[in-house]
Design a protein around this ligand. Structure first.
Ligand code: NAP
Length: 320
């Protein structure tokens, strides 16, 4: 089979399309014919070798794939050959024509969701769900600011929060991104590249502040976020690419809190919750993964460059 292999940590150029043996499922494992693989920012951090998760070399990247079950190993009961699935982590990596996964790492992909959309389910929607439901414990009557709403996690968060009844504000850095965020359900959108946009957000709440901020770039925004939250407001740190200085007095004055997580650290009970919620939302059309771009598997290096560039508009997926 064709697969992307990383033989050494480094820049995007270390992602090489190579011929590799097609794996065979062992006991409790399944083989998925990957029709699309989702590209997530953490795939790029991992590739550099500086991320908390450092795989042994060589490795094939990718936790998020969608496709069909090709074969199942002994004892597998949940799925059978021909089933449509999305993956939430894999054993051998999703940037490939075939990926091995544990039985519990595959989940049914509803018929109304394309494979490319399915490749954008696990990390983006799992993160949005965990941030809104488990971490912020959002209530329908609250206001959420999705700070960085045009990308994978952002569009997922906007759709989910809107469906839950919250008042949704979203930011993006391009007019295309702003249009997308509005279309996916934000009540109001703000350009995070425009000077003073934070004042416009505060004005839109009548000076009260927002109840929840889902923060995609904490190193840039966290200090100011603390001035944008209402009394008992919560900032949920999802993305961060550096250090930041905050004034804790802003938090104290508002009895606010900052919470943070990585999807790697969640419990299996939380993960079970997430998949149940996501599958229901995908089935009933509430959750509609937005595919920005489909690239051939061999263009993984380009995908890794583009995902870190400004101008997000949903997910970038690789098609083997
Ligand atoms: P993505 O698809 O690349 O989207 C990035 C988002 O950040 C876009 O909406 C982008 O907007 C926005 N952004 C750029 N500059 C910004 C600024 N100054 N202020 C606010 N937002 C800004 O990435 P993603 O998959 O949505 O992930 C978002 C972040 O969360 C990444 O850092 C990722 O590593 C992290 N993440 C963490 C977890 C976790 O477990 N904690 C899980 C998933 C993702 P424009 O392009 O329109 O400017």
């Amino acid at each position: 089979m064709k697969a992307i292999l990383v033989g050494q940590f480094g820049g995007p150029e270390v992602l090489k399309l190579e011929e590799a043996p097609t794996p065979q499922p062992g006991s409790g494992q399944v083989l998925v014919r990957i029709h699309a693989a989702g590209v997530n920012p953490y795939d790029t951090y991992m590739r550099t070798g500086t991320y908390a998760q450092k795989p042994p070399l060589p490795y094939t990247p990718g936790s998020d794939g969608a496709g069909m079950i090709e074969a199942v190993g002994d004892g597998v009961k949940k799925v059978k050959k021909g089933d449509r699935v999305y993956t939430a982590k894999t054993v051998t990596g999703a940037y490939a024509e075939y990926a091995l996964a544990l039985e519990e790492q595959v989940h049914p992909l509803p018929a109304n969701i394309s494979f490319s959309q399915g490749a954008g389910v696990w990390v983006p929607y799992g993160t949005a769900y965990h941030a809104l439901i488990h971490s912020s414990k959002a209530h329908s009557s609250e206001t959420v600011l999705v700070h960085g709403a045009s990308g994978g996690v952002g569009t997922a968060s906007v759709q989910m929060a809107r469906a839950m009844g919250l008042t949704v504000f979203g930011t993006a850095g391009t007019s295309k991104g702003l249009d997308l965020v509005k279309r996916e359900g934000a009540h109001q959108v703000f350009d995070h590249r425009k000077a003073g946009y934070q004042d416009d957000i505060l004005k839109a709440t009548g000076g009260r502040g927002v109840d929840i901020i889902l923060e995609m770039l904490a190193n840039v925004n966290l200090a100011h976020d603390l001035k944008l939250i209402a009394t008992r407001g919560r900032v949920i740190v999802i993305g961060n690419r550096g250090e930041v200085t905050i004034n804790a007095r802003e938090l104290m004055a508002r009895r606010g809190s900052i919470r943070a997580f990585t999807l790697w650290g969640i419990t299996s009970a939380e993960e079970a919750d997430i998949h149940a919620g996501l599958i229901a939302g995908l089935e009933n059309g509430t959750l509609r993964p937005v595919v920005a771009k489909e690239l051939p598997l061999g263009e993984a290096a380009r995908a890794h460059k583009e995902i870190l560039e400004p101008g997000a508009a949903g997910k970038i997926v690789l098609v083997p």
